[in-house]
Ligand binder design. Structure first.
Ligand SMILES: [Zn+2]
Ligand SMILES: [Zn+2]
Length: 647
C-alpha cells in the first residue's frame, strides 16, 4: 500500500482491494459518500480492522474497511442494539424515573432491563411501542462521545446500575456514552446512524429479571422486542413465534393432561400425569429394547450417595454449586446424585475385568438432582430432578472408532424413529486439557475419521472439547426448525485414572480403560417436553396416549361400540369409549385431545360390521372400513412406528 505523503489525507482499503484516499478525519460515512450516493444512503455501520463501528467515527489511516448495509448479517445486531436504545428512550419519556440496566441485542431481537417500582402492564407495553414510533419519527442521530470516568459518574449520578457497571470498566478501556435525542446511555456501541433507521420492530413481552441474573440482587423489569430490516422478515418471525407459542409444551401439557409442576411439590419438579406417563413409558420401552439390542446392560443405582463418592470423582470441587446441599445422618454425609457416572464406575470396579470383557456398556435411566436457579427453570425443559438416558461404556483405546460407529448407528436409528433431522459436531482439545496431548489429539483424529467415513458433513469446534477428552454432539432440528441438544458422546481419559478403572490385557498387565459418557435422548423430561413441541401435541400413533376413541352415534349402538373397543384392546391398542353428551361434542373432544383416530359406530356400521374412521387432521372426511381391516391396519402402523396419521 502506498503511504500518502500528504499529511492532510489518509488512505483506506476496501474488501475488493481498492484503495481510497480521503481527507484526514474522514469518517466511514464520508467513505460511503465518496464511493457513491446509493451506498451513502444504504450504509449503516462499518467493520474497521475487524471491529464493527459507527459510520460517524473517523477512519484511521491504512485501515481495512468494509461498509455494512442491511444485506450484511453483522448489521442486524447493530440495528437491534439501536432498537434497545429507542425502547429505553421511549420508556424514559413515559416513566422519567425508570432506572436503566443492560440493553443488548440477542439472538432473535433485543431487550432492555428497567428499574421501575411495578411490572409493566400489557397496556403500558403497547403505549411504549407507540412512543417508540415517535422517537423513530424524530430521527435522532446516535451520537458517540468518549468521556472521562468523572464525567461519566456525573452523567449517570441518578443511575446506580450504570454506576455499578462503570466501576467495572478497566482503566485502560475507553468509556463512551451514546445519545439519541433526550436519551443518554453508558454504552460501547456501535449504533446505526439515527433512530429513523429502525422501521420493522415489535415489542414482544415483559417479565421480571434479576439484575445480572443474580437472584440475590434487585428484580428489574425486562422488555423483549425484535427488529428486522424487512417487513417480511418480521412477519415470518412473528409467525414462527406464534407457532412456537401454540406448541409450547407447558400449554399443551396442561390441555392434554400430560404433566404439571406445582408449587406445593416444588419448583422444577415434574409430576407425570397418566397420559404423560404413557408417552414416557413407550419412549422408555422403545429405548430399553434398542439398548439391549445394541449390547447394553441395564443397571440401577440409588438416588443418593455418600459425599465421599463425589470427593473421589472431583464433583465436590468443581460441581458443588449445581448440587443440593449435604444431608447428615448418623454422622454420614449424603448427597442427592447429580450424575450417574461415579456409581457406574463403582460397578465396573467391583471385579477384575479382562480385555475380552470389553466393551462393557452400562446403561441406566438414572434420576439425577441438580440445583438450577429458579429463574432458569422452564416447564419440562429445565428442571431440578430429571431422569437421564445415561450410559457409560468401558473400552480399550483401540476400540474407540468401532464404539463411536455403534453409537452413531444407534443415534441415527432412535432419532429417525421420532422424525428428527440432525447434524453432528466434533469438539477437540482445549488449551487447558489435562494429560498427554498426543493421546487426546489422536483420539480426536480417529473420531473425525469415523465421521468422515460415514459421509457425515460435520462441524469441528476447535478447542471446544472438555479438559478430559473430545466429544461428538448430535444436534437435532425440530419441526419448527429449532435446534436441540440431541445426544453427547464424551470420551474421558481422566475418570478412569481417578477411579482406577483397569483391565487385564493380553500381556497379563493392567491397563487403564477409556470411558465414554453418552446420552442419546438427554433426559426423559427434556426429551418428552421437546417431543410435545415437535409434534405440536399430535403424537404419532405409536406414541399417542390414546390411539383410538370409539364414538357410538347414539346410545342404541353402545353395545356394538363396546365390541369394537374389545377388539382393539385385544391387540394392545390404547382405546377409549366416549359415551358423553352428543356425537358432535365427542368429535370435538377427540379433536381437542389430538387423538389419532376416531371410530364412529352407528346403524349402518353396526349392521355391516364396519366402522366409520376419521383420522386426525382429515376434518370431516370419513372412511368406511371393515372392522378387522381397521384393527390390523392400526396394529401395523404401531408396529412400524409410522409418523403420519393417514386419513
Ligand atoms: Zn447500548
Ligand atoms: Zn457420565
Amino acid at each position: 500500500m502506498s503511504t500518502p505523503t500528504d499529511r492532510s489525507s489518509i488512505c483506506v482499503s476496501l474488501p475488493d482491494g481498492r484503495e481510497v484516499a480521503l481527507p484526514e478525519g474522514a469518517t466511514a460515512a464520508d467513505l460511503a459518500a465518496e464511493i457513491g450516493p446509493g451506498l451513502a444512503r444504504a450504509a449503516l455501520a462499518a467493520i474497521v480492522g475487524g471491529e464493527v463501528r459507527d459510520l460517524s467515527r473517523p477512519l484511521p489511516d491504512g485501515a481495512e474497511v468494509r461498509l455494512l448495509t442491511e444485506r450484511d448479517p453483522e448489521a442486524l445486531g447493530v440495528l437491534r442494539h439501536s432498537a434497545a436504545h429507542v425502547l429505553a428512550t421511549a420508556v424514559r419519556e413515559l416513566v422519567p424515573t425508570a432506572g436503566i440496566g443492560f440493553g443488548p441485542a440477542i439472538d432473535d431481537g433485543f431487550y432492555y432491563d428497567f428499574d421501575v417500582p411495578e411490572p409493566f402492564t400489557p397496556d403500558q407495553v403497547a403505549a411504549i411501542e407507540e412512543r417508540m414510533a415517535a422517537v423513530i419519527e424524530a430521527d435522532h442521530p446516535f451520537e458517540r462521545q468518549a468521556v472521562s470516568r468523572q464525567e461519566a459518574r456525573d452523567l449517570f449520578s441518578d443511575d446506580p446500575l450504570k454506576l455499578e457497571r462503570l466501576g467495572e470498566i478497566g482503566d485502560d478501556e475507553e468509556i463512551t456514552v451514546y445519545r439519541d435525542g433526550p436519551f443518554l446511555d453508558l454504552c460501547r456501541g456501535p449504533h446505526v446512524p439515527s433512530t429513523g433507521r429502525l422501521r420493522h420492530y415489535r415489542l414482544l413481552s415483559a417479565a421480571g429479571a434479576y439484575w445480572r441474573g443474580d437472584e440475590r440482587r434487585r428484580m428489574l423489569q425486562r422488555i423483549y422486542g425484535t427488529a428486522f430490516f424487512r417487513a417480511k422478515d418480521l412477519r415470518a418471525h412473528l409467525h414462527r413465534l406464534e407457532e412456537a407459542r401454540k406448541r409450547d409444551h407447558r400449554v399443551l401439557g396442561k390441555r392434554l393432561d400430560l404433566f404439571s409442576v406445582q408449587e406445593e411439590v416444588g419448583a422444577g419438579l415434574v409430576l407425570w400425569h397418566p397420559h404423560g406417563g404413557r408417552v414416557r413409558r413407550i419412549v422408555e420401552d422403545f429405548l430399553r429394547e434398542s439398548l439391549v439390542a445394541h449390547g447394553y446392560e441395564l443397571v440401577y443405582t440409588p438416588h443418593l450417595a455418600s459425599e465421599e463418592l463425589y470427593r473421589i470423582s472431583g464433583h465436590l470441587d468443581v460441581f458443588s454449586e449445581d448440587m443440593f446441599p449435604a444431608m447428615e445422618s448418623g454422622g454420614d454425609r449424603f448427597r442427592m446424585k447429580p450424575m450417574n457416572c461415579p456409581h457406574h464406575f463403582m460397578i465396573y470396579r467391583s471385579q477384575v475385568r479382562s480385555y475380552r470383557d470389553l466393551p462393557l456398556r452400562f446403561a441406566e435411566l438414572g434420576t439425577c438432582y441438580r440445583y438450577e436457579r429458579s429463574g432458569t427453570l422452564h416447564g419440562m425443559l429445565r428442571v431440578r430432578s430429571f431422569t437421564q438416558d445415561d450410559a457409560h461404556i468401558f473400552i480399550r483405546e483401540d476400540q474407540i472408532a468401532d464404539e463411536y460407529n455403534r453409537l452413531l448407528d444407534l443415534g441415527d436409528h432412535l432419532l429417525g424413529v421420532f422424525g428428527y433431522e440432525y447434524r453432528v459436531a466434533l469438539s477437540t482439545r482445549p488449551e487447558k486439557a489435562i494429560g498427554d496431548a498426543a493421546i487426546y489429539d489422536d483420539a480426536s483424529a480417529r473420531l473425525a475419521e469415523v465421521l468422515r467415513d460415514r459421509g457425515l458433513d460435520f462441524e469441528i469446534d476447535d478447542g471446544g472439547g472438555a479438559f478430559y477428552g473430545p466429544k461428538v454432539d448430535i444436534l437435532v432440528t425440530d419441526a419448527l426448525g429449532r435446534e436441540w441438544q440431541g445426544g453427547t458422546f464424551q470420551l474421558d481419559f481422566l475418570m478412569p485414572e481417578r477411579f482406577g478403572l483397569e483391565y487385564v490385557g493380553q500381556d497379563n498387565r493392567r491397563h487403564q480403560v477409556v470411558v465414554v459418557h453418552r446420552t442419546l435422548l438427554g433426559s426423559m423430561e427434556r426429551f418428552v417436553g421437546g417431543l410435545i413441541e415437535h409434534y405440536g401435541g399430535a403424537f404419532p400413533l405409536w406414541l399417542a396416549p390414546v390411539q383410538v376413541r370409539v364414538l357410538p352415534v347414539s346410545e342404541q349402538w353402545d353395545g356394538s361400540a363396546a365390541e369394537l373397543v374389545a377388539q382393539l384392546s385385544a391387540v394392545g391398542l390404547r382405546v377409549e369409549l366416549d359415551q358423553r353428551d352428543t356425537l358432535g361434542y365427542r368429535i370435538r373432544a377427540a379433536e381437542t385431545m389430538k387423538v389419532p383416530y376416531m371410530a364412529i359406530v352407528g346403524e349402518r356400521e353396526a349392521e355391516a360390521g364396519t366402522v366409520a374412521v376419521r383420522a386426525r387432521g382429515a376434518r370431516r372426511k370419513q372412511v368406511a372400513m371393515e372392522r378387522g381391516e381397521f384393527v390390523s391396519r392400526l396394529a401395523d402402523e404401531v408396529e412400524r412406528r409410522v409418523l403420519a396419521v393417514r386419513g
